[in-house]
Design a protein around this ligand. Structure first.
Ligand code: ASP
Ligand code: MG
Length: 446
């Protein structure tokens, strides 16, 4: 048995599904059963969120989205498969329309209602996928109930692993098809309320379900051919990384061009489950399995642009307990996310790196701390991160730091398990620094 996750950006039109069919046929040759986890079709989740918050337009948005699903169904399936899909879709579309109507009438949305409305994206996608596969002669079934059991933290629900295991096992006993299509991203509380696990959560659903079922391979099918050494729009010679350790994958999936849900790899620590991130349109894949090994050196690079460094200086902060807390609490009050931060041992300054459009808000609030802060300077910077298990070793990290030193970085920090190094540099040099470090990485990619 394997778990295959189909991303939302590759569920747009018939051509995409034809390519998906080819892949699924190939996996079926080697597997008794294939569990397919689907995201909502392209843009559906955004539209459903909009429908749940924009009370005036909720019914209009929902009815357009439902129409799109019916139109896609008629492109994807015919005969009995179409009829069955049509019936299933009509039933669920009716529930969605009712929910949109109540949002419109009551002019109110709670996180619970939002999750309920959003859950229809994945449930409708499951029906489309199963109808299409059936129409092509495969033994497929759509499941529209959420496989995950979660707590009731709507919008960012936490998975209850044991309960999920029981639930998925029951679903697979009941649905006997060789291909079982399950909705990703959504869950249900033990009281039966719909939840979601956070944006991009289908990847996470796939790894949780694999762990719950003891499945050894998870394939995440996406637009891009695996995880790359750097954003190909920026780095001319960027290439697919053949293998990543879990620690590297966690760091790179947060920093890189291909963002995955932050918890995607959590269920895999302590297991030998392999995740293959592979492209639908282009050949190429990245395998993620196990912890750092001696063969893992440097893997990839990620950059964050449009940042500002807010340099806060004052001799009054020295040795004063609570000064850093006071500064950070102003950032919190201003609703500003801290991208990176540093402080020298002299304690005479604190540097906060924030998104450019947050800097003004933060500086205004720091004005409240006149008795503590004497000087605030702001400058444009970029962040360049290098990822690889080799950075745990002095011979590799010293080489990377030496290559960066010519660009006079303003600060250097290390990520989880010391498998990433982030340099903050002046905006004028950060692009060149990134290119230089990408060359170092490419030489070492294994
Ligand atoms: N459909 C959800 C989202 O757009 C989950 C996912 O795509 O993984 O966030
Ligand atoms: Mg998605």
């Amino acid at each position: 048995m394997i778990v295959v996750k189909i991303g939302g950006s590759i569920q747009k039109e018939k051509q995409d599904y034809d390519l998906i069919l080819e892949k699924i046929r190939k996996y079926q040759e080697k597997e008794d059963r294939v569990i397919v986890i689907v995201s909502a079709i392209k843009n559906a989740t955004n539209e459903l969120i909009e429908a749940s918050t924009n009370h005036e337009r909720s019914t209009e948005i929902v009815s357009n989205l439902i129409d799109r699903h019916f139109a896609l169904l008629s492109d994807l399936a015919e005969g009995k498969a179409f009829e069955e899909g049509f019936q299933q879709l009509s039933k669920i579309a009716d529930d969605l329309a009712k929910a949109a109507w109540s949002v419109k009438v009551l002019e109110e949305t709670t996180p619970k209602i939002r999750d309920y409305i959003v859950s229809f994206g994945e449930r409708m996608a499951s029906i489309l996928m199963a109808s299409f596969l059936k129409s092509n002669g495969l033994d497929a079934s759509a499941v529209t109930e959420p496989p995950l059991v979660t707590d009731s933290s709507y919008g960012e629900a936490n998975v209850l692993l044991e309960e999920t295991k029981d639930n998925v096992t029951k679903i697979l006993e009941r649905v006997r098809s060789k291909l079982v299509i399950l909705p990703g991203f959504i869950g249900r509380t033990t009281e039966g309320k719909f939840t979601t696990v956070g944006r991009g959560g289908s990847d996470y659903s796939a790894t949780v379900i694999a762990k719950a079922l003891g499945v050894k391979t998870v394939r995440l099918i996406t637009e891009v051919p695996g995880i790359m050494t750097g954003d190909p729009r920026k780095f001319r010679n960027a290439k697919t990384i053949p293998r990543l350790s879990l620690e590297e994958a966690v760091e790179l999936s947060q920093l890189g061009a291909k963002r995955l849900h932050p918890r995607t790899f959590d269920p895999l620590f302590g297991t030998d489950i392999k995740v293959v991130v592979e492209g639908l349109y282009e050949e190429g894949y990245t395998e993620v399995v196990g912890l750092c090994t001696a063969q893992d050196v440097l893997k990839g690079i990620a950059t964050v642009d449009n940042l500002k460094l807010v340099d806060i200086e004052s001799s009054r902060m020295v040795g004063r307990i609570g000064s850093a807390a006071a500064i950070l609490s102003e950032a919190q009050k201003a609703n500003v996310n801290i991208v990176a931060m540093s402080q020298p041992a002299s304690e005479t300054s604190i540097q906060l790196v924030v998104n450019s459009n947050d800097a003004g808000k933060l500086v205004d609030r720091l004005g409240e701390l006149r008795s503590l802060v004497t000087d605030v300077e702001v400058r444009d910077v970029g962040a360049v991160s290098v990822v690889g298990c080799g950075l745990q070793r002095p011979e590799v990290s010293s080489k990377v730091i030496a290559s960066a030193s010519g660009f006079n970085p303003l600060s250097i920090s290390r990520g989880m398990k010391r498998v990433s190094l982030t340099f903050i540099a002046e905006k004028e040099v950060s692009d060149r620094l990134a290119q230089e470090l990408h060359e170092v990485v490419v030489k070492w990619t294994s």
